[in-house]
Structures are given as C-alpha cells and as structure tokens.
Write a protein that binds this ligand. Structure first.
Ligand code: IMP
Ligand code: MG
Length: 182
C-alpha cells in the first residue's frame, strides 16, 4: 500500500489516535451541552478526524465544510488564504468549533478565525488533532489539542504527502530525504 521507505517512524498509531479522539469527543460533548454546535471542518486534511470525532460526540450537532487554499505551495503555508468553498449555512449566533488536522505556523487559522468572527458566531473555538508549537509564528488560541508534536513533516490519517496516503490509519513521519522545505 505504501512504500515503507517513505516512513521514518510511525509517530501516532491508530489505537492511540482513537483513544485520544474519544477523550476529545467526551470533553466537547460536556462543554457544548445545550448549545447549537456546528463542527466546521477544513478540507481536505481534517476529513478523517471529523468523521471519527463526530462519532464520539454524544450531543446533537451539525457539520459544515470549507475548502481553502493557501498561496505558496508544497509543505509550507503562506497564510494568504483563498476560499475555494464557503460554508453552506450562516453561522451567526451559533457555537462554531473549527476542526483542523494540524496547526503549524498558525497563519491559516489566524486568517480563517478573523474572517469567521466578522460573521458573528455565538462562540468560535478551535479543535486540532495535531499541534506543532515550535513552529508558531502567529498566536492562535486553541481550545482542544489532540497531540503536540515536534517539527517534522507528518502524513497519514487525513494528511497528505503530495496528495497521497491520506488513507493511512496512523500518523507517520516522512523520511527526511523526501522532505523539502521551501
Ligand atoms: P499553518 O498556516 O502554517 O498553520 O499551516 C497549516 C497547514 O499546513 C495544515 O492545514 C496543513 O495543510 C499544512 N501542514 C503543516 N504541517 C504539515 C505536516 O507536517 N504535514 C502535512 N501538512 C502540514
Ligand atoms: Mg489543514
């Protein structure tokens, strides 16, 4: 399925991911009890995370998707974000929880949260599966974090390497010889 030479290490195995996602789901279910919760997933990387997380959330909630592309390609994000697909529904007055795969420099989420705040949700919080704190350039308050990881390029479980391998059930570290930082 994948040439093992791409992988230097399996950083987070599937059962560890699922156990942490169950904890996050329980926490979110407690925190948002009685609220009009909308999970806002940012395509494409958070698709697998959303699908597992929502099955661990025991309170009623809706989902919606945004697709964005950050100018500057490859393995780095520039923070200048273009909206490719906007939300289907207004978020005014709703409790919005952004579901992200990974926060790296923070630029993408900084842009996104500024833009979404102008639409006046009742609350706007962030749930990210992975966080690379050592790479942060812009402070973004994160309310739910699955795992803090060190500064290495990871893929699998929704995250791609050159658009492939999102289907891996674990988070893997890309072998250094394939890693190009622009
Ligand atoms: P930020 O704006 O630098 O926080 O970028 C976040 C985006 O960069 C993520 O949504 C991913 O698309 C991408 N990204 C950052 N680090 C990685 C990684 O290690 N693997 C895969 N994608 C990454
Ligand atoms: Mg993303």
């Amino acid at each position: 399925m994948i040439d093992p030479s791409y992988i230097s290490e399996i950083l987070i195995p599937s059962d560890t991911l699922q156990a942490r996602i169950a904890e996050l789901g329980a926490e979110i279910s407690r925190d948002y009890l009685g609220q009009d919760l909308l999970l806002l997933a940012v395509l494409k990387g958070s698709a697998l995370f959303l699908s597992d997380l929502m099955r661990q959330i025991t309170i009623p909630h809706a989902i919606d998707f945004m697709a964005i592309s950050s100018y500057g390609s490859g393995q780095e994000s520039s923070g200048v974000v273009r909206i490719l697909k906007d939300l289907d529904e207004p978020i005014e007055g709703r409790s919005v929880l952004i579901v992200e795969d990974i926060v790296d420099t923070g630029r993408t989420l900084d842009y996104l949260t500024r833009m979404l705040r102008t639409r006046q949700p009742a609350s706007l919080r962030i749930c990210t599966l992975l966080n690379k704190p050592s790479r942060r350039e812009v402070a973004v308050p994160m309310d739910y974090i699955g795992f803090d990881i060190s500064d290495r390029f990871v893929f699998g479980y929704g995250l791609d390497y050159n658009q492939l391998y999102r289907n891996l059930p674990y988070i893997a570290v890309l072998a250094p010889r394939f890693y190009v930082r622009e």
